[in-house]
Design a protein. Structure first.
Length: 220
């Protein structure tokens, strides 16, 4: 039979937001114990007193906090955040014919004027993030292709780092966690060796910018 500590750890690991909340120290152990009590008793098959659950949560929380300290590297979020508005996101089914058409898309935008174009290829789909003013012309180029989805009124938030970013674990998760806590939906997550780009809805742009700005100066 599993112990209370084992069950508590498994339940917390299955809840990413709770897991993160314990690491950040923003979750009440007593409140969490009450929330998990029925699931723990169901798993173990016998009534469990709340103090025992609280103690198991406290011990696991201490382990998580210590493991984060050990994994921490001296990485600073000293970065400029750049926002671009007026973007659209279009996804099509990947096909031999659309791969030929992609060549024409690059001639649509003017990078010197600040236009945006990101083409993301998956195994079965292709997503194109482009300045919205080119959306009509983009659809003309892709005529005959199966369009799966189109999103408009989007913005991009770009964060540039030093090359240490590539070899520092946890950077992506920390940034995404910041946005998740603000209930901000991410349409696309694009990364290069030193740059992170998030595509979000314009209505979330101010909150997202403030959330990412709060990272500046922090150590990962």
């Amino acid at each position: 039979m599993a112990s209370v500590s084992q069950v508590v750890r498994n339940l917390i690991k299955a809840r990413p937001m709770v897991y993160d909340g314990l690491i950040e120290g923003v979750i009440s152990h007593a409140a969490l114990a009450e929330h998990l009590q029925k699931d723990i008793e169901k798993e173990i098959g016998t009534p469990i007193k709340l103090p025992a659950i609280v103690m198991a949560i406290r011990r696991y929380s201490e382990i998580l906090e210590e493991s984060v300290k050990i994994r921490k590297k001296d990485f600073k979020f000293n970065s400029e955040i750049i926002m671009k508005t007026g973007l659209a996101d279009l996804t099509i089914v990947k096909s031999p014919s659309c791969l030929e058409k992609l060549k024409k898309i690059y001639s649509l935008v003017n990078y010197e004027r600040g236009d945006t174009l990101n083409i993301i290829q998956g195994n079965y789909e292709i997503t194109i993030v482009i300045s919205e003013r080119y959306l009509s012309r983009l659809k003309d180029i892709l005529k005959g292709e199966k369009i799966l989805n189109v999103e408009k009124d989007l913005v991009s938030l770009s964060i540039s780092f030093s090359s240490d970013f590539l070899h520092t674990p946890g950077i992506l998760s920390k940034v995404i966690r910041k946005l998740a806590w603000e209930n901000i939906n991410i349409y696309e997550n694009i990364s290069t060796m030193t740059e992170l780009i998030y595509i979000i809805n314009n209505r979330d742009s101010v909150r997202a910018y403030q959330a990412l700005q709060s990272l500046v100066g922090e150590t990962a």
